[in-house]
Each structure stands twice: as C-alpha cells, then as structure tokens.
Design a protein around this ligand. Structure first.
Ligand SMILES: C[S@@+](CC[C@H](N)C(=O)[O-])C[C@H]1O[C@@H](n2cnc3c(N)ncnc32)[C@H](O)[C@@H]1O
Length: 944
C-alpha cells in the first residue's frame, strides 16, 4: 500500500502544479516581457513535466510564452504580476497541497535516521539565518552575487566560517551559491532586506528596523534570537525529570510554589509549567519570575551568574565585546530587542484575512444601540473596522452599534489619541468609547450585546484565560454573545469534534458540546495529513512560540470549547475565512459549572478564589496567581505589545471590507485532479444560532447572575493591568502570506468565491467558466493596497443629535429596539489606480452582511467619438448564475439628473449611472462595480 500512498502524493503534486500552470497561462497577457516564461525550461527550477501518475496527464500546458511562476533564484518582487498571482485562491490552495504532499513524501521515503538528523540538527538553520540577518548579508548582496571574501570583509565575520554558514543556507534554498564561494540572494532571502543602505546599517545597527520595509528582518531577528533560544529549554521547563539529569540548568525558583497557588474550586489549577513568568524563556535567560515583556524593558538584568557564565556576559552584567545584539541604552540594556519586537509586531492585522471579522459574527443582527465591548482591544484597530461598518448613527441618534474599547491605561491613552486624530467623530458621537479596564477585574460594562476578545486568550495559560472569561460571564445577560478571535488549531488527524459525529469524540464530551456550527473534520483527505501537515505549520510554530515564551498557547477547537464551558459559555459556531486557520468563535452564556457556583454562594461575591498574594505569601512559598499576573506585567508600561500600534483611518478600515478580502460565499470552483480535497462547505450562517435566546433556564438562573456583584470584594487591589504576552507570526503584507502557510488553504476548507480572480481557461479535467481574457482582478492584495484608498466618511454629520455613551464605569445596554440596521451605504470612493483594462471583481452588497451576488465587470468600452457626451465608456455587469446583469454608463462631469446644477459633484468627477437598473437585483452591487470601475477609469483618464 505504501506505493499507492506515494503515488497518491505524487499525483497531488502533479495536479496542483497543473492548476497553477493553468492560472498563470490564463494571465499570460499580464506579463511584462521580462516575466514571460519561455518554452525552453532553461532555468534550474523550471517545471518538470507533469507526473505520470497525475490525473491531469499530458504535457505541460506551456508550449509558448506565458506568465512564469516566480523564480526561486531571483529576488522577490511583491508587486510583480507573477508574485501577486501566488495569492490567487487556486494557486494558493495548490501551493499548500504541494507543500503538504512534498513534505509527507520526503518524510516517507527518506531514511528515518536522516529525517531524525534533519529534525535534530535543524537548529543550525535559525542559527545561520540569524547570522545572515544580524550581519546584514542580504543588504550586502542587494546589488548582485558576491564572493564570500568580499562579504566577509564587509561584515567582519571570518571568511571560512561564513562560507560554511552561507552554504548551509543555500543547501536549504534560503540563499544561492551561484558559483564556488559566490553567494547571491534569492526569492526567500531577499525578504530580509531592510531597505537600508549598507553603510548606515553598519554605522547605526540599532536603527535597522526604523523603516517599514524592515518588519520581516525584525521578525526573523526576533525568532532566531530570544525565541529560538527559549525553545531550546522546552524540556527543562516541561519535564520535571530534567532537573535530575541536567544539574547545570538553573531551575527558576518558585515554580513548584506557583503550582500550590492553584485553587481547588473549579478553575484550572496553575501547574508549575503554566506560570507565564517561568516559561522556557526564563530558563534560557536566567530571569526567573520576570515576564518576557518586563525583561524586554530591562527587568531581570543582569541575568543570573550562571547565565552570564554561559552566555559570556561580563559579571557586572554588561555585554561582552562579542555580544552582537547591538548597542544598549543605559536605561534599558535590552532596548534593541525591545524596539525590534515592536517592529516585528507590525502587521499582526494580517493574522486575519482582511475583513474576516465582519463575517465572524452576524453584527447586523444586533438591535440598534447594542453595546459591543472589545476587551483587551488594544488601540481599537479591530473596533475601527467594525465601527466603520456598523456604528453609523441615524439622524435621530438611534442607529448603529456602540463600542467600548477596554485596555490598560497606557494603551487606552494611545488609542484615544489615535482616534482623536483619525476619526474624532466616533468619539464625539459616543459611538466609540475607551475605557481603562483590567480584564481580571469585574467587568464594568454589564449585559453587553457582545464581549469581543481578539488574540487575547492565546496570551494566557488556561487558568488565566478562565478568569478573563469568567469575568465576562459574570457580567453577561442571556442575550449576550461572546466572540473570540484566535487561531483554531486543527488536530493532525481526522477530528469529528464539533461536527456532531460520534466515533472519535471523547467520552466526556457531552453531545451538546460536540455541536459547533462550522467545525471541520479535516482540511485535507488521505493520503495527506488531515491538517495539511507542513502547509499548516505556521499555526503550530505560533503555538509553541506562545508556549516557550509565556506558557501561553494556541488552542484546538475542543480546547476552546472546554475552556469556555468551564466558565459558563457554550461555543455554538466557528467561522474561519477561506484560507485561514484564524477563527471567530461565537459562544452563548450557559449555566456556570457547579463548583464555581458553590464558591459564589459561599459568600465571596465572586466565583473567583482569591489565592494568597504578596510578599508574605511568597516567603511562605505560596505564590498567588495574581502575583504571577503582576510578574508578567510590564514595568514601564510598554504600550501595545501584540496589539497593532497603527490605527487604520476610517477610509482604510472601510477599504478593507469594501473590497472584501474575504468571502464566505459557497460557490464551488471545479478543481482539477485532486477531487475530494475540499470537505463539504459549512452550512450557511444561521441567524438563529446567534439570535435565539440562550438556553438559560428561568427557574434556575445562573448563580452568577444573582451574585451581588456590588458587594464583591474587588480583587483589583491585587491586580494591575499587565502587558499581554503575545507574539507575531507574520510581518506585513504582501509577504505575510509566506509567513503563514495557513494563508491560502481556501480550496481545502471552503470553496473559493468564484469571481475574485480571473480563472484559468477550462480544462477537460476541471470545467470552469471561461472569463474574459481582457478582464483582470480588482482585488489584488487587499493589504498591499489598503493604504492607497481614500474613502470619504460615510457618517452623517448629526453630532448634535447623537447619543453619547455614558462615561460612568458601568454601562447598561439600552432596551433593544429590535430594528434591524444596515451597514452604511457606500460613500463616494476613490479606488487606487489599477492598470488593467477590465476587472473581475467579487461584488458584495455593502448594505447587507449576506452575499448579494457576485459579478464580472467587463471592460469599459470607449465611446464612439461624437456619441453625444464626454462619456468615458460603458461597462457591463454580469451576475453569474442569474439571468440578470446591467450596464454602467461613465462620463466625466455632473450626474445627468443633476444637470440643473444641484449637484455637489465637481465637474471633473467621474460619475456613473446604471443604464438598465431594472435588470439589477441589487443596486448596491452595481454601486460597488461603479466604484471599482471609476478607480480604473481615473487611471486611464487622469483628472484634468
Ligand atoms: C495581543 S493584544 C490584542 C489587542 C487587540 N485585541 C487586537 O486584536 O489588536 C493583547 C492586548 O491585551 C491587553 N492586555 C494585556 N493585559 C491586560 C489586562 N490585564 N487587562 C486589559 N488588557 C490587557 C494588551 O495591552 C494588549 O492590547
């Protein structure tokens, strides 16, 4: 059977390659001459002929010119059509199948001992990668290949050693040895280019990460330095037996004591390995009891004597001469790492497919005036996205959702400043309100419609995450919904959990718990690993990174469900954007587990168990959990670790969802060959799942709802807001997708929305609808172009009539008015100039969260001279699968029906009007099309 498996893997690779070739062939017209692929296959990495076992048999579809796949040997140019096409859903999905199948194939056929050598000595890769980054080798190679002698001369690294370091990287395709001892950058290593001039890098190495382009270099620097070193101490931290065997290891003190601090009342015990300040990182850097962020800010320095001895630091704690971490400021010896971390964080918004949050919950179903609390919301970047879609207020001040962004005081201050600068109208109207709040303390906003936790829980071990969730449960009303946005790790095997199946679910899972709408059994069928193996690796790298740094973790669905259930929440739905392992989990309040109820009744006023804290307790070895939280804390309040520090403008936020990087549509594309890779699509979102009242029994209300919170002893005296441990997986787009292999799993998880991209020509294996060869894709890369959008604010100026959020710390949700709202209608939009002559766009109605339809815009046809106006052209809109469509007439000037001069439009504006409005089922679809076309027309007919 093994040969059958190997042949199966081989066929997957062949078929996936075929899919990719088809897409590139379909875009041959987009290729500038330099990107055209020739039929000679002269390059080293040119495509081999299809696999004989491939179901898409036949020769390569390239017999002449075509758009070639990016070469591994050349620098990465994210703006090239060839590179951009790698994000095409079909291509991205095919790439994932290739990565998964090739990884599995290699593991299957390679001698097991050599596989162990790969895994066991793979640590040299991050080591060598760090040299490459720290010594600025990629910038040195920016202008072309160099002999190692010259690289050594410029870096000061010994020539012989450097040659071996670079060769190891070249052997793993991270660099290229173009001739003996001559090295060149390639598609992968070129991403490390910080964009800085080489001389300035050597003159001011501490300024390397000043520029935006350096986010990936910063990320790799972070990964290959403290995170890599931390990972080396995983065994010491998790395996109690290690202490006996490796006496040289300094065991962080108090680890055992913190286990005692666990309470026995139903909340998770805090085992020794779950103290965020005694993680592998603390072993590696000899800074027991100091949280990672506090360490970055200078605490725990100098390291212990043992650590100094091992790392070569001088006994006075000052760095030794050969320490290459860059100059340290007197105030904070870790300043370089601190700033690098901040830079590496840039772009965490790419954890999520742009706009995915809008589909993660049925926000439009919430009654007017509902309050959404973004708990640990950073400076409100995600709230900005939601508010710009749902906070629009009606003229009488009753419309729209209201948002409360809660975080630590230093973050709230930053958030308010950013919002005041970029979109004060939300603050002025009271639609958005910032609030200082420690999420371990009682939640001041009671009975909110939604409590939203985005990438917060993964920062914390279970025992702490439980406390955060319990605080929200205490404040919840029956109608409250909890929305958790975090990675959802699939198992490495088929998993029936949540899909309602029996079989392999754990006996202790109740049937109710097993039902989670949107749960998936697998991402890929056999012979591939169910979680797509190596193609999904990034989420698992992230998971372990959280673990080694903070004892945090990413969670599987069953772990999230169990965590939620232990604090009185039932997970009802998970939504993942196509191509992402990042999920939005919706939970409803249920009865709180009995042990916590007992505790609440026992008179504490809270389900929390207040454990010993303070110096006295510590001296008795009874470290309290809240003391642990404090130790995790950031000393000088470094702002938004793990949170995005850049607030998008309203325009950028709207642009993210207006262009819909995400689609939860269910349209299936026919895929060649590897049929069965896509599990059936999840059922359409049911509003009922969100709107139906939770099963709270009237006769037995949750004890938490009757807990006299007012008389509760406030644990806040024990708390102070703490910096959150959280880590970056990705740097900024468009290369972010490379850092997330999970990005682009579309075809395996959810059918690809049809018209986002132009499709390849139909093949006998995979009949597809041919689309205009002239058309192109309007959604190139949402994140890449977001910056260039300028959308006028959709919000009516009715500030005087707007209701303000009460500024008191306790907010009550106003009685629901049970009136459905709609997101704002699109305002006039300037779309970035596209160079193509037409577009194939994914169209969605901005007036509803449901998909209104999809369509293909055919290229504008220039008007015949003398056709009676200064018109620019007409474009037609087709809605596939429907006998409907329409046409748009574009011209420069005033709207025709405003010819009386009433119009506010400028004479040189490009405007449009449907010529066949009756044919269009959704005017908003047409409006969307018009905005896109206007953008393209502007580029062709620049403003006079
Ligand atoms: C990974 S960031 C997520 C930020 C935001 N939700 C987002 O998605 O961009 C974690 C956030 O938790 C905040 N945080 C950490 N400890 C906190 C606490 N005890 N109370 C409130 N917020 C806290 C941090 O300041 C940070 O903004």
């Amino acid at each position: 059977m093994t040969f059958a498996v190997l042949r199966g893997l081989h066929a997957i690779i062949g078929d996936a390659l075929h899919d990719i070739e088809q897409v590139y062939a379909a875009h041959a017209d987009d290729a500038p001459p330099t990107h055209k692929k020739t039929s000679s296959f002269s390059r080293v990495y040119a495509s081999p002929p299809p696999s004989p076992s491939s179901s898409s048999s036949g020769p390569s579809i390239f017999t002449g010119n075509g758009l070639d796949f990016p070469s591994l040997d050349a620098s990465c140019d994210p703006t090239s059509p060839s590179e951009q096409l790698t994000a095409h859903p079909i291509v991205a999905a095919a790439i994932n199948r290739i990565v998964a199948a090739a990884g599995q194939m290699a593991a299957s056929v390679q001698a097991p001992f050599l596989s162990l050598c790969d895994a066991g000595m793979g640590y040299h890769l991050p080591s060598c990668l760090r040299v490459l980054e720290a010594a600025h080798v990629v910038e040195i190679l920016r202008d072309g290949p160099l002999h190692v002698r010259d690289i050594a001369a410029r870096t000061g690294v010994d020539q012989a050693k450097l040659a071996h370091i670079l060769r190891l990287l070249a052997t793993h395709h991270l660099l290229r040895e173009s001739s003996p001892d001559v090295f060149a950058s390639n598609r992968i290593s070129s991403l490390l280019d910080s964009g800085k001039a080489v001389h300035s890098l050597f003159a001011n190495p501490e300024r390397k990460y000043d520029e935006n382009a350096s986010a990936i270099a910063a990320f790799v620097g972070l990964c290959t330095d403290e995170l890599f070193k931390s990972s080396a101490y995983l065994t010491e931290a998790v395996f109690p037996g290690a202490a006996r065997l490796y006496p040289d290891i300094e065991r962080p003190s108090g680890a055992a004591a913190s286990a005692k601090a666990a309470n026995a009342g139903g909340l998770a015990v805090i085992p020794a390995g779950s103290d965020p300040t005694r993680a592998p990182f603390n072993y590696a850097f000899g800074c027991s009891g100091v949280g990672y962020f506090a360490w970055l800010e200078g605490e725990g320095w100098p390291p212990s004597a043992e650590q100094q001895r091992k790392s070569g630091h001088r006994p006075d704690g000052k760095p030794s001469a050969h320490d290459t971490q860059g100059p340290r400021s007197d105030a904070n010896p870790n300043q370089f790492r601190l700033e690098r971390f901040g830079k590496a964080m840039a772009g965490t918004g790419n954890w999520e497919v742009p706009g995915a949050v809008l589909h993660g919950f049925d926000w439009a179903s919430l009654p007017q005036g509902s309050v959404v609390v973004d708990v640990g919301g950073g400076i409100g970047s995600t709230t900005m996205l939601l508010a710009s879609a749902y906070a629009e207020l009606d003229a009488d001040g009753t419309g729209g959702l209201r948002f409360v962004v809660q975080d630590r005081s230093v973050v709230v201050e930053m958030g308010q400043k950013a919002w005041r600068t970029k979109c004060p109208e939300f603050l002025d109207s009271g639609a958005v309100h910032f609030q200082v709040h420690d999420f371990f303390a009682p939640q001041p906003v009671k009975e909110a419609a939604v409590y939203f936790l985005r990438v917060v829980l993964h920062d914390w071990p279970d025992a702490f995450a439980q406390r955060i969730l319990l605080r929200l449960r205490e404040a919840a009303a029956p109608h409250t919904r909890l929305v958790i946005a975090d990675w959802v790790l699939p198992l490495a095997c088929v998993d029936n959990f949540g899909v309602g199946g029996g079989g392999e679910t754990h006996a202790e899972d109740s049937k109710e718990q097993r039902q989670v709408e949107g749960a998936e059994k697998m991402l890929a069928p056999a012979p591939l690993l169910a979680n797509l193996g190596k193609a999904s690796a990034n989420a698992y790298w992230m998971d372990l990174t959280m673990q080694v740094t903070f004892n945090g973790q990413e969670r599987t669905l069953r772990e999230i469900v169990a965590l939620a259930a232990s604090t009185g929440w039932k997970v009802v739905r998970v939504t993942k954007a196509p191509g992402s392992l990042f999920g939005h989990i919706v939970a409803i309040p249920i009865a709180v587990p009995v042990p916590l109820q007992r505790r609440a009744r026992a008179g504490s006023g809270s389900a929390f168990f207040d454990v010993p804290s303070g110096a006295g307790a510590a001296s008795r070895g009874e470290t309290g959990e809240m003391e642990i939280v404090e130790r995790t804390s950031s000393r000088c309040g470094t702002p938004t670790f793990g949170s995005r520090v850049d607030l998008p403008s309203v325009a950028e936020a709207r642009a993210r969802f207006e262009r819909r990087g995400v689609d939860v549509g269910r349209r299936t594309l026919g895929y060649g060959g590897t049929s069965g890779l896509r599990p059936p699509p999840p059922a359409p979102l049911k509003q009922a799942a969100v709107l139906t009242a939770p099963p709270v029994r009237k006769k037995k209300p949750s004890p938490l709802s009757i807990v006299p919170l007012a008389s509760s002893p406030s644990p806040s005296s024990l708390h102070r807001p703490v910096a959150s441990p959280c880590l970056p997986p990705q740097a900024t787009s468009p290369v972010a997708r490379r850092m997330s292999q999970a990005h682009g799993l579309q075809s395996q998880q959810t059918p690809v929305p049809l018209p986002v991209w132009r499709q390849p020509p139909p093949s006998p294996m995979s009949p597809r609808q041919p689309l205009s060869r002239r058309s192109s894709y309007a959604y190139l890369s949402a994140t890449a172009q977001t910056q260039s959008h300028a959308v006028s604010s959709p919000h009516p100026v009715a500030a005087a009539k707007l209701r303000h959020m009460p500024s008191s710390p306790t907010l009550k949700v106003p009685p629901p008015q049970h009136q459905q709202r709609s997101p704002p209608s699109p305002g006039p939009t300037r779309i970035p100039a596209l160079t193509r002559r037409g577009s194939c766009v994914q169209l969605q109605s901005p007036t509803t969260t449901k998909r209104a339809g999809t369509g293909t815009i055919h290229p504008p046809m220039p008007r015949a001279a003398g056709s009676g106006s200064d018109g620019l052209g007409m474009t037609s809109l087709l809605l596939p699968g429907r006998a409907s469509g329409g046409a748009l007439d574009f011209w420069r000037g005033r709207r025709r029906d405003d010819a009386d001069g009433d119009s506010e439009r400028a004479d040189d504006d490009i405007v449009s009007r449907p010529t066949t409005p009756e044919l269009l089922p959704a005017g908003s679809v047409l409006a969307e099309a018009a905005r896109i076309e206007r953008g393209m027309l502007r580029s062709r007919f620049p403003d006079p």
